[in-house]
Design a protein around this ligand. Structure first.
Ligand code: ZN
Length: 335
C-alpha cells in the first residue's frame, strides 16, 4: 500500500534485476520506482516472485503490425525504425498503453534506393537524398518533425548513397544531437556505415562475413540483433558476425524487426534463442533484452514471474511467457 508520500510498504522478493542479478531482496516503491529498502527481511511480507524490467525491442515497424496488442504486455518500449515521420511521432504521443515508443524515420536513401518501391514502404516513409547539401536539409527536416534518430539505408540491390552523402547524413545527425542508424545490406555496406561514423547497425550484418579489421574499426557501435528474420544460412552468417563483434568489444542489443514477415507482436522467442546461440548468456543476455538499468526500475516497466531469475536463453523465454506487469499484479503499490 502506498502512503501519501508515494512510498509503499516494504516487501521481500526471491530475486530482482537491478542492473545486476540480486537474490532475495527487500524492496519498496518510491515515487513510482522499485528500489531496495534497508529493512530487515524478517519483518516484511514475502512475495514469491522475481522481478525483471520489461523488454525493449529496438527494431519494430508499428506501421505493419497492430501495435495495440503490445498494451500491458512484457514489451515496455519499442523503437520504430522507419515510417512516415508525422505518423510515427503520433504513435509516440499516443502509444499502446504501458509502452514507450521512440521513432526513427524516414528512410534516408539514394534517389530510387532501398526501400523505394517496396510494397510495405509508403512513399512518404522514404526520403531520397541527392547530395551533401540535401543531406543536411533532410536531417534538419527530420529533426524538426521530432524524430529520435536518423535512419539511413544502404542496399546494393538498388541505387546507393555515395560516401560523401552518407558521411554528410551521419555528420548532420550528430550535429542535430541524434544517433545515425544504418540498414547495411550487401557486400561492403556494413564497412561503409562503420567508416562513415554511424552509431548503430539496425540489423546484425547477415549478407557477408565481416573481416576482423572491419569489426575492429566498428567496435564502438551498437548492433541490433534481428537474427530470427533470416533463413538458416543468413542467420548463421549473422550469428558468426555477432560472436566475433562481441569478442572485439562491440555491443549487441535485442531487436526483432517486428512487422517484417510473421513476427510475434510481443517477445520474440526465436530472437532470444538466437541471441543465446550467438553466445549471449546470463547477465549479458538480460542486459541485451531489457536495456541498461540502474539501481531502480520504473514501476510501470517492471515485470513479475513466479519463476527464478533466468540465466539461459531458454529460461528467459519461459520466464517472459509467465510474466505479468508488476502494476497489474500489485496495484496497491502504485501511488
Ligand atoms: Zn526493419
Amino acid at each position: 500500500m502506498a502512503d501519501e508520500a508515494g512510498v509503499s510498504t516494504p516487501f521481500l522478493v526471491d530475486g530482482v534485476w537491478l542492473g545486476t542479478r540480486m537474490g532475495a531482496t527487500v524492496l519498496r516503491v518510491v515515487d513510482g520506482r522499485i528500489e531496495r529498502a534497508e529493512v530487515p527481511a524478517a519483518r516484511v511480507p514475502r512475495r514469491r516472485i522475481t522481478i525483471l524490467p520489461g523488454v525493449v525491442d529496438r527494431h519494430v515497424h508499428l506501421g505493419l503490425v497492430d501495435g495495440t496488442r503490445l498494451a500491458g504486455g512484457p514489451v515496455v518500449e519499442v523503437h520504430d525504425l522507419g515510417w512516415i515521420p508525422e505518423v510515427a511521432v503520433g504513435w509516440r504521443a499516443h502509444p499502446p498503453a504501458g509502452v514507450t515508443v521512440r521513432v526513427a524515420g524516414p528512410f534516408h536513401t539514394a534517389p530510387g534506393g532501398y526501400p523505394s518501391g517496396r510494397p510495405w514502404a509508403p512513399d512518404a516513409a522514404v526520403r531520397g537524398v541527392a547530395d551533401t547539401a540535401d543531406a543536411f536539409a533532410a536531417v534538419r527536416a527530420a529533426k524538426d518533425r521530432g524524430v529520435d534518430a536518423v535512419k539511413i539505408a544502404l542496399h546494393t540491390g538498388l541505387p546507393l548513397l555515395g560516401d560523401d552523402v552518407l558521411r554528410a547524413l551521419v555528420d548532420a545527425a550528430h550535429r542535430a544531437g541524434l544517433p545515425a542508424l544504418v540498414h547495411a545490406e550487401g557486400p561492403g555496406q556494413a564497412a561503409r556505415a562503420i567508416d562513415a561514423g554511424a552509431d548503430v547497425l539496425v540489423h546484425a550484418p547477415w549478407s557477408e562475413r565481416l573481416p576482423d579489421d572491419v569489426l575492429a574499426r566498428g567496435r564502438h557501435m551498437t548492433w541490433i540483433s534481428t537474427l530470427a528474420i533470416h533463413d538458416r544460412h543468413d542467420r548463421s552468417t549473422a550469428i558468426d558476425n555477432v560472436r566475433r563483434f562481441r569478442s572485439s568489444g562491440g555491443r549487441v542489443v535485442y531487436g526483432t524487426d517486428m512487422g517484417n514477415g510473421p513476427t510475434p507482436v510481443g517477445p520474440n522467442e526465436a530472437e532470444i534463442r538466437a541471441l543465446h546461440q550467438a553466445g549471449l548468456d546470463g547477465d549479458e543476455l538480460i542486459t541485451a533484452v531489457v536495456g541498461a538499468v540502474g539501481a531502480s526500475i520504473p514501476l510501470d516497466r517492471a515485470l513479475v514471474s513466479p519463476l527464478p531469475l533466468p540465466g539461459s536463453g531458454e529460461e528467459l523465454v519461459t520466464w517472459l511467457s509467465t510474466a505479468r506487469r508488476f502494476d497489474t499484479v500489485y496495484p496497491q503499490d502504485a501511488p
